[in-house]
Design a protein around this ligand. Structure first.
Ligand SMILES: Cc1cc2nc3c(=O)[nH]c(=O)nc-3n(C[C@H](O)[C@H](O)[C@H](O)COP(=O)(O)OP(=O)(O)OC[C@H]3O[C@@H](n4cnc5c(N)ncnc54)[C@H](O)[C@@H]3O)c2cc1C
Ligand code: FES
Length: 282
């Protein structure tokens, strides 16, 4: 059992690398000052704090199979903490608590077909699991990756995405909602749900793993429903406003008729069968 100190006290981590992914999103490579490893599972998150500003939950985007003991966070500048982080330079430090939450069931899904569906910043937690499966390729069967953004300049991790497209042992499709006329784009134009009918789904073996903006879930679930994919073969990573990150404050509560769930502790990764009765969940 972890002590309260280790749950609530941030540890100092130094920014050892920084890369611009889009006009408002950066990839940060971090390393704990004391040299320890984060020891995370794909799908988990950390609470990142900046002294005098605040704290925000951020998914761990690197796979535990790569780059350890450092770890990567992909952060969009939207508010106080994330803008302050974007202003920091390589060599400066931040506070990190975690890893927290329930990750993707990497063990349980071994031997199965996987269908990753990532919308926008939803690629951040999914990239951790995607790279995990690619680094343990023999443990997983078919790997399908659908990745959608609003427009081409918002696509992140370009080198990795091109590599997915080149590989013969995975199926990958990219789409943008809209492509300006002057931009060269070889992928699909349209919403991500348009790509789902093109995926060969084996109802006995395929598991969908979904993360994206709140509006995306309803339509993705409708499309998976048309394919008759059983609900317990769908995993969703959900975002909620969080404070403590460890099931103590109630900020991330998802209320159901008879029970409530904490997104920080019971999630952020949920099996759809488990949460479909929770009206507030999707
Ligand atoms: C499990 C999890 C994983 C996440 N992973 C990532 C990730 O990998 N990368 C990433 O960039 N983000 C991620 N997020 C989202 C991120 O935590 C939030 O965007 C967070 O609010 C950013 O903190 P901030 O202080 O910069 O923004 P804030 O100052 O909190 O503001 C963020 C936005 O929310 C609005 N806002 C502020 N307070 C409220 C309120 N009370 N009610 C409604 N709206 C409000 C603001 O106007 C602003 O538009 C994740 C969130 C969760 C829960
Ligand atoms: S964030 Fe405090 S209970 Fe989930």
């Amino acid at each position: 059992m972890e002590s309260n100190d280790s749950l609530f006290l941030p540890e100092q981590a130094r920014i050892i690398g920084e890369k611009e992914l889009t006009s408002n999103t950066k990839l940060f490579d971090l390393h704990f000052e004391n040299g320890k490893e984060l020891n995370h599972e794909p799908g988990q998150f950390v609470e990142l704090s900046i002294a005098g500003i605040g704290e925000a939950p951020i998914s761990i985007t690197s796979s535990p199979t790569r780059g350890t003991p450092s770890f990567e966070l992909c952060v969009r500048a939207v508010g106080n903490v994330t803008n302050a982080l974007h202003r920091l330079n390589v060599g400066e430090t931040v506070g990190i608590r975690g890893p927290f939450g329930t990750g993707f069931p990497t063990e349980e899904l071994k031997g199965q077909d996987l269908l990753f569906i990532a919308g926008g910043l939803g690629i951040a937690p999914l990239r951790s699991f995607i790279n995990y499966t690619l680094d343990n390729r023999d443990d997983y069967n078919e790997i399908n990756i659908l990745y959608g953004c609003r427009k081409p300049c918002e696509q992140m991790f370009e080198d990795e995405v091109s590599n997915w497209a080149r590989r013969q042992d995975i199926y990958h499709e990219a789409t943008v909602d809209y492509c300006p006329e002057e931009v060269c784009w070889e992928g699909n134009v349209g919403v991500i749900t348009e790509l789902i009918p093109g995926v060969d789904i084996d109802l006995a073996e395929t598991y969908a793993v979904v993360c994206g903006p709140p509006v995306m879930y309803k339509f993705v679930l409708q499309e998976l429903e048309k394919k008759e994919l059983p609900h317990d073969q769908i995993y969703l990573s959900l975002e909620r406003r969080m404070k403590c990150g460890v099931g103590k404050c109630g900020h991330c509560q998802i209320n159901g008729a008879e029970e409530e769930l904490y997104a920080c502790q019971d999630g952020p990764v949920f099996n759809y069968e488990r949460i479909k009765g929770f009206e507030e969940a999707i």
